[in-house]
Write a protein that binds this ligand. Structure first.
Ligand SMILES: NC(=O)c1ccc[n+]([C@@H]2O[C@H](COP(=O)([O-])OP(=O)(O)OC[C@H]3O[C@@H](n4cnc5c(N)ncnc54)[C@H](O)[C@@H]3O)[C@@H](O)[C@H]2O)c1
Ligand SMILES: O=C/C=C/C=C(\O)C(=O)O
Length: 482
């Protein structure tokens, strides 16, 4: 047992309703001060096989459990999360360095909401029956089996439960593999599911490294669905592992999303939207990291942006007053800095930041704005996943759209414009899974969520989640049998 932020956290896997240790362990390190937090079980093919076997054994009974009972249990899990918001927030902040205030007031309540939403959606799930020459069509959503869920470190419990909740609601059983940099809240969630009375084997967690656990899990023939959130290269490895079994995949991947600022907008609003992109120290898949600003207002926009950015407080994420915490890991900080250095070598200038925060030391990287990168430069096309924004200008709507669509990604796009007609015109031409107009990160779980191009495959949210996690069946009944 490890104690993190005063909370007891089990370091083992969670398989078939029991804690399972491992011969080997890996060290989980906090981004705050880079101190060791816990020794966590390091899984491999055996742990994966045990978890899939447990999930498979639990599937028949769980899949036959009534919708009402499944929904009741998901609400009980949400109650358990609600009761432990403070503990979960403390542990998640220690583990991934994101702001305690976001965890307390945004993220952990959203974790509970993930369970409540999909429980309630399950009870409403249905389709208008329709008639074909007197034959009745009836659509049903049958559980698919064991779901492998693989998640990243930037919003560990939120992104895991966004998959766990619909997978369980649909009547499936789950094997979760959390990111090795943030294993802790998945372990706490296992305790919560047990307290809520979820039957053994319905939810399982295997801890460990990507290739060692994710590899055998995604290649396992008894896994019937794989839902993955993470990077494009890992998604390609997963797609290859899943191919021999033709296991259906849902992929939520990276982005290089634009924020288009038109001269007709209130520039204070535009600058607020731009500064918001430093949230979570820039480690947000949806972040609009490319600021595309109409040339005629770029001077004024930049001035307002820099004034607002100057007010951001960087520091310990456990302090409620902090706006920007540390990056997740030294390797990640160095990767971010590599992007910035190469951008400068290619001709970019930093209007803000441009390197690690030397005063604070540790894993703090200064919020950065780069301008003057040449067309096609890596910094304008590759995902940095840090507090690094770029500034480009445009002179026409057509040019803005061309730049916005000019990467291999298509996760999200944000528009700042005072002209609703323009918003409609531009939105229609943007390649993106989500477009926000004069707002950012307004999420509704009824909405489809996912990315175009290399930002993903498939959509989750509302009916889309059930479509993915189920074998959707159409039953056609002859007139005489009705
Ligand atoms: N679209 C979205 O919803 C969304 C949300 C958050 C993050 N992301 C993306 O995630 C990335 C950052 O997360 P990351 O660095 O943890 O991503 P990552 O791809 O390195 O790791 C994600 C998960 O995959 C596992 N993994 C690694 N190799 C594997 C393999 N061969 N087989 C199976 N699993 C394997 C990791 O252990 C981890 O649990 C960014 O690209 C970001 O944009 C996307
Ligand atoms: O960093 C990526 C954040 C993704 C957000 C969601 O998946 C969500 O809000 O459901």
């Amino acid at each position: 047992m490890a104690t993190v932020a005063g909370v007891a956290v089990e370091p083992g896997h969670w398989i078939g309703g029991e804690r399972v240790g491992a011969a080997d362990a890996f060290e989980d390190v906090s981004p705050i001060g880079e101190r060791p937090l816990a020794e966590i079980a390091r899984g491999g093919p055996d742990a994966v096989d045990a978890a899939v076997t447990a999930a498979r054994a639990a599937f028949p009974a769980w899949s036959r459990t009534s919708r009402e009972e499944r929904a009741r249990l998901l609400h009980a899990i949400a109650d358990g999360v609600d009761k432990r918001v403070e503990e979960l927030a403390q542990v998640e902040t220690a583990d991934n360095g994101a702001l305690i205030r976001s965890h307390r007031r945004g993220v952990m309540p959203r974790v509970a909401h993930n369970f409540r939403f999909f429980a309630d959606w399950l009870l409403k799930l249905g389709h208008e029956d329709f008639d074909t020459r007197g034959h009745a069509n009836h659509v049903s959503w049958d559980p698919a089996g064991v779901c492998a869920l693989i998640t990243p470190w930037n919003a560990p419990l939120m992104l895991a439960t966004w998959k766990i909740a619909p997978a369980l609601a649909a009547g499936n059983t789950v094997v979760l593999k959390p990111a090795e940099w943030t294993p802790l809240t998945a372990s706490l969630l296992a305790d919560i599911t047990a307290e809520a009375g979820l039957p053994d084997g319905v939810f399982n967690v295997v801890q460990g490294y990507g290739a060692e656990v994710g590899g055998p899990l995604t290649a396992h023939p008894d896994v019937k669905r794989i839902s993955f959130t993470g990077s494009v290269p890992t998604a390609k490895a997963i797609a290859a592992a899943a191919a021999p079994n033709l296991t259906p995949l849902s992929l939520e991947l990276g982005g290089k999303s634009p924020l288009l600022v038109f001269a007709d907008v209130d520039l204070d609003l535009a600058a607020d939207l731009a500064v918001e992109q430093y949230d979570n120290a820039g480690q947000v898949c949806l972040a609009a990291t490319r600021l595309l600003v109409e040339s005629s207002v770029v001077g004024e926009f930049t001035e307002r942006f820099l004034a607002k950015a100057a007010a951001l407080r960087q520091g310990d994420p456990r302090d409620e007053a902090t706006d920007i915490g540390p990056q997740i890991h030294r390797r990640h900080l160095e990767r971010i800095d590599g992007f910035v250095r190469r951008a400068k070598d290619a001709g970019a200038r930093a209007l803000l930041g441009g390197g690690p925060n030397e005063e604070l030391g540790g894993l703090y990287y200064r919020p950065t704005l780069l301008t003057g990168a040449p067309d096609g430069a890596e910094i304008l096309t590759e995902e940095v996943f840090g507090p690094v924004l770029t500034l480009q200008t445009f002179d026409s709507e057509e040019q803005a759209i061309a730049i916005a669509n000019g990467t291999r990604f298509g996760l999200a796009a944000t528009l700042a414009t005072g002209d609703p007609e323009r918003a409609r015109r531009v939105t229609a031409q943007l390649v993106a899974g989500t477009v926000w107009v004069n707002c950012f990160f307004v999420r509704d779980l009824r909405a489809p969520f996912g990315g175009a191009r290399e930002s993903g495959m498939g959509r989750e949210g509302g009916d889309w989640s059930f479509d993915f996690y189920c074998d959707v069946k159409n039953t056609v009944t002859a007139p005489w049998a009705r």
